[in-house]
Design a protein around this ligand. Structure first.
Ligand code: NAP
Ligand code: MG
Length: 399
């Protein structure tokens, strides 16, 4: 069989621990036998990040800007314990944070649905995609404890002109918090959400609490409305999808009653909380994909989970592991499909679709990794636990 040719290389970002092991196997068993794989390889494993003083991370982000599509393996974000374990020169920052800042992107997280694994909310038949604004609000806030006295909000403009507002007159102890966001960041976020919704042909819902936070959240609401009106309204109408703004509490109630099939744009804190709720409700973090989309249309695909450290320690002791590779497979298929769309290579798009279909079908026929066995219930099908490699081989037979 002739292998599928690629025009432009994918930016490949290798990673750490168990996912690094799976990464290699996915390539060997599921991709290279079918595709003449072209990648520009960056080793974002912690050893190489330390060796290159983390330059490799920014180089990989620059390459992503250049080529347009990347696929990333999960990576360790160092903490004190990792400093000792890897004898690091410095506590390097989270690679995802670095890449996100360089691409100015928004993260979209979508569950992979399988017949036999029912979400905790059984009416959810289609994916709910959470788009989280990854800048500002309480994540870049200044806060402090207050005693008796007056807390004020002061804005000094470029000419030294001050505007002062009283926050609170304290008669006893308390705390204050000041946070910010920029129109530029909110506009980028809005465009990323509108583009993604168009790409997926899904309606977009955006929520905040502008009835209470009239100026701050009101600004988010207004910017989304303006960007929609000026840049996306016609495209949405043509695609037959809707944009809706509503209050965060209203959208929570609507989401629970919905059957899914929605992109839900969330402010930073809402997205942090709601993405964990949605991921858990769909059954497993190992079945959740994640894509970073920049406002100028650059895509970076990954799994939503980490490096699965506990499984890796078993693996290096020579024990068999049944780590779920599905989200990482979907990161590859997502990146290959996008590459195919941009390069106009239908064979590559078709391969990505077949790879995803084979993966889902394998589980639906009862062959899966250990984490899914307890969640799987389907009439006439008995769930069987496979180790990671056998699971990948079972998928390969169905491509
Ligand atoms: P994790 O790697 O996601 O794993 C947490 C637990 O979830 C695992 O121990 C496992 O549970 C289960 N799990 C996650 N993915 C699974 C899979 N594919 N198959 C089967 N089970 C899976 O999170 P963590 O332990 O908090 O973090 C480990 C490392 O990953 C850290 O160094 C962190 O910095 C990094 N991390 C990276 C990213 C990223 O690169 N995007 C994201 C998050 C964390 P059981 O042990 O019960 O089987
Ligand atoms: Mg969270």
């Amino acid at each position: 069989m002739e292998k599928i040719k690629m025009v432009t290389p994918l930016v490949e970002m290798d990673g750490d621990e168990m996912t690094r092991v799976l990464w290699q196997w996915i390539k060997e068993i599921l991709i290279e036998p079918f595709v003449d794989l072209k990648t520009e390889y960056y080793d974002l494993g912690l050893v190489n990040r330390d060796k290159t003083e983390d330059k490799v991370t920014s180089e990989s982000a620059l390459a992503t800007k250049k080529y347009g599509v990347a696929v990333k393996c999960a990576t360790i974000t160092p903490n004190a314990q990792r400093m000792t374990e890897y004898n690091l020169k410095s506590m390097w920052k989270s690679p995802n944070g670095t890449i996100r800042a360089m691409l100015d992107g928004t993260v979209f997280r979508a569950p992979i649905l399988v017949d036999g694994i029912t979400p905790y909310i059984p009416t959810w038949k289609k994916p709910i995609v959470i788009a989280r604004h990854a800048y500002g609000d309480i994540y870049k806030a200044v806060d402090g404890l207050a005693g008796e006295g007056k807390a004020e909000l002061v804005f000094t403009d470029r000419n030294g002109q001050k505007t002062v507002k009283t926050i609170h007159e304290f008669n006893s102890e308390g705390a204050v918090l000041a946070m910010h966001n920029t129109d530029k960041s909110i506009k980028s976020f809005a465009r990323a959400c509108f583009n993604y919704a168009l790409d997926m042909k899904l309606p977009l819902w955006f929520s905040s609490k502008d009835t209470i936070s009239k100026v701050y959240d009101g600004n988010f609401k207004q910017i989304f409305a303006d960007v929609y009106e000026n840049e996306y309204k016609e495209k949405f109408e043509k695609a037959g999808i809707e944009y809706m703004y509503t209050l965060i509490d209203d959208v929570v109630a609507r989401i629970v009653r919905s059957e899914g099939g929605i992109v839900w744009a969330c402010k930073n804190y809402d997205g942090d909380v709601m993405s964990d709720m949605v991921a858990t409700a769909y059954g497993s973090l190992a079945m959740m994909t994640s894509v970073l989309v920049s406002p100028d249309g650059v895509y970076e695909y990954e799994a939503a989970h980490g490096t699965v450290t506990r499984h890796y320690y078993k693996y290096i002791k020579g024990e068999e592991t049944s780590t779920n590779p599905v989200a990482t497979i979907f990161a590859w298929s997502g990146a290959l499909r996008k590459r195919g769309e941009l390069d106009n290579t239908p064979e590559l798009i078709d391969f990505a679709n077949r790879l995803e279909k084979a993966t889902v079908e394998t589980i639906e026929k009862g062959e899966m990794t250990g984490d899914l066995v307890g969640l799987f219930k389907k009439d006439g099908v008995q769930a069987k636990k496979l180790n990671s490699k056998d699971f990948l081989k079972a998928i390969a037979t169905r491509i």
